[in-house]
Each structure stands twice: as structure tokens, then as C-alpha cells.
Design a protein around this ligand. Structure first.
Ligand code: SF4
Length: 123
């Protein structure tokens, strides 16, 4: 059930490692597929008022993390928000620093996991 303005906002850790970059590319792809709007985690951390207000008004918050450090989820929580959907790339078997990265395939897996989480919310 959508709450607030019903908007789905997607946050990613955008970390430097393969999984962090895959997390961010997944966020971009989800936005292009109209699953939500990719939003600025750094703006929340910087306490930009209008970004915080838009997040507060959103219906669904998605957090995509690269690894078990959960930087995106933690940053959201420090700003006072709890994500409805939280996906961690390493939890679905993606290596943090693979010798031979398969970015496209890994991004696709993250996108599918997020979409499954979003579908579960509306069941
Ligand atoms: S969650 Fe992992 S990959 Fe993402 S920013 Fe934190 S340490 Fe880096």
C-alpha cells in the first residue's frame, strides 16, 4: 500500500568496489525501467532539506548495498529512514572484487532481486 506521495525512491551505496558500482548501475537500470527514481544518498547525509522532505514523503524506499557493510542502509537509518526493500549484492553471490567481473550479468541479478522485493510489497 503506497504511503506519502507514493513515490518509490532508490538509493545505492555507489561504493568503489565492483559490487558498489554494480549496485549503482542497478539503480540506474531500475529507474530506466520505471521502477522508481534514483535518488541522492549523499544529499540525505548532507542534510539537504528538500531532499530529506522528498524522502519523508515517499511511499517506498529501496536501498541497494554492495556488501555486508550495508553503508546505504546505515546512512538511510542515520537520516531517520528505514528502507522497505534492501538488497545486498554479496548476499546473492556476487563477489566484491572478482578477478573477471561480469558487470552486465551482476547488475541484472541485482535488478531482479529488487523487483522481486517490490512485487512482494504489493502482494
Ligand atoms: S556497502 Fe560495501 S561496497 Fe557499498 S560503499 Fe559500503 S563498503 Fe563499499
Amino acid at each position: 500500500m503506497p504511503i506519502g506521495n507514493g513515490e518509490t525512491l532508490i538509493f545505492t551505496c555507489a561504493g568503489a568496489s565492483h559490487v558498489g558500482q554494480a549496485a549503482n548501475q542497478a539503480g540506474v537500470q531500475l529507474m530506466h525501467q520505471q521502477d522508481g527514481s534514483l535518488f541522492c544518498l549523499a544529499a540525505l547525509t548532507a542534510e539537504i532539506p528538500e531532499k530529506t522532505a522528498r524522502t519523508r514523503a515517499a511511499g517506498v524506499l529501496v536501498a541497494i548495498d554492495g556488501c555486508e557493510d550495508h553503508c546505504c542502509r546505515r546512512a538511510l537509518e542515520r537520516a531517520g529512514f528505514v528502507p522497505s526493500v534492501h538488497v545486498v549484492a554479496t548476499d546473492i553471490g556476487i563477489l566484491k572484487k572478482p578477478d573477471k567481473p561480469h558487470m552486465g550479468e551482476d547488475v541484472h541479478r541485482i535488478v531482479q532481486k529488487v523487483q522481486a522485493g517490490l512485487h512482494a510489497l504489493v502482494r
